[in-house]
Design a protein around this ligand. Structure first.
Ligand SMILES: *Cc1c(COP(=O)(O)O)cnc(C)c1O
Length: 365
């Protein structure tokens, strides 16, 4: 028997979450963000659930090729644009739209030979200070692109640093509006948090929204709001089984470093999941986990191949009991990935992306 751990990708949940994004941004087109191999879900596995999107956005040219290999004829957007001049040949061949965030990318376009002019998304740095043209240089970049025969339509984009937090989008949105004022072209500014929190405003919503994490069922602004608040369903379940049960006397400790010591006699279970499966090693005692669909907690340190859980509240648990590390259990109980991430001091994004290669993954409806 293979080691009892598996991940499941939920097609119906992907479809549902995408619909939620459409509800949140009525009239806007929706990019399915499938960078990082569809946030760890696997592009091919997530595709069926996401094919109702208006386009696929990602970073890696090999991933763009994989989306085309799935026979996707619609828009594909490279969110960081091209990394070197010859990438433009693949853009021409696969009809990829690409972000343009720096002068060098415009230089490369100017010398690119293509029969088919490219659609580009000109990126403004509105305050995140990662990619994009500074506001005072945005119009000059627009004018350069407009003058190129290699360029067809120019759309305008920016990315918010604080759409999920108290700071919000007001300052960056004002910077974008000023920089983009009067320039023709479609607009795209909203990530998941901005789509859910700010896209009621038609101007902010723009023409295209770019919700990543929300499509994968995780709340972008946890703990302010959880996934249930936003009507999102988990799209990835990581499940394993109890492989040993024992009774711990008071005073006995669990795991490396003996970081947990029982104050009273208790039942514990050993679970076939560890950090080599992508479970976060920094998850402390108390991190939530479901056993037979009942919420209980992690005890002691996470090891490479195992964790230990408290079975005190799950007396019926036995060898072979189902353990849900995140996602949906067989009885329908949900453990949101962001609850686990939060306990471990990280975000759901990182846990999804870190699902290890050794975990077998299947696709369910
Ligand atoms: C990853 C990414 C997104 C999606 O962000 P989420 O927080 O997952 O919604 C949107 N836009 C750009 C440019 C990105 O790189």
């Amino acid at each position: 028997m293979p080691r009892p751990i598996k991940a499941t990708i939920h097609t119906a949940a992907l479809r549902h979450n995408l619909e939620r994004m459409r509800d949140a941004a009525p009239g806007a087109r929706v990019w399915a963000i499938v960078k990082a191999d569809a946030y760890g879900h696997g592009i091919e596995r997530a595709f069926e659930g996401l094919r109702g999107a208006d386009g696929f956005a990602l970073l890696d040219l090999a991933e763009a090729q994989r989306v085309r290999d799935l026979d996707w004829r619609g828009p594909i957007l490279l969110l960081e644009g091209v990394f070197e001049p010859r990438d433009l040949e693949l853009c021409s061949r696969l009809n990829l739209w690409h972000a343009v965030h720096c002068d060098e990318q415009i230089d490369w376009l100017a010398t690119h030979k293509t029969h088919q002019p490219h659609r580009v998304f000109l990126k403004l740095n509105s305050g995140m200070n990662r990619l994009g043209f500074a506001p005072e240089r945005f119009r000059a970049a627009y004018a350069r692109l407009q003058a190129l025969p290699q360029v067809d339509e120019i759309s305008l984009m920016t990315h918010f640093s604080d759409a999920d937090g108290d700071k919000g989008i007001a300052v960056q949105w004002a910077v974008f509006q000023r920089a983009a004022d009067g320039l023709p072209g479609e607009r795209s500014v909203c990530n998941s948090a901005a789509t859910l929190r700010h896209a009621q405003d038609a101007a902010v919503r723009g023409d295209w929204v770019r919700p990543g994490i929300a499509a994968y069922g995780s709340s972008p602004d946890f703990p302010a709001h959880d996934a249930a608040h936003w009507g999102l369903r988990p799209t990835m379940t990581l499940a394993a089984k109890v492989i040993a049960v024992s009774d711990l006397p008071a005073g006995a400790s669990v795991g490396y470093g003996s970081t947990f010591t029982a104050e009273a006699p208790m039942r514990i279970g050993v679970v076939a999941c560890g950090y080599a499966d992508g479970y976060p090693r920094h998850a402390p005692t108390g991190t939530p986990v479901l056993v037979d669909g009942v919420r209980t907690r992690l005890l002691g340190r996470v090891s490479m191949d195992m964790i230990v859980v408290d079975l005190t509240t799950v007396p019926q648990a036995a060898l072979g009991s189902e353990v849900t590390l995140w996602g949906t259990s067989a009885n329908g109980a949900v453990l949101p990935i962001e609850d686990v991430a939060h306990a471990a001091g990280t975000v759901g994004y990182e846990l999804m992306c870190a699902l290890a290669r050794r975990v077998p993954v299947s696709v369910a409806d």
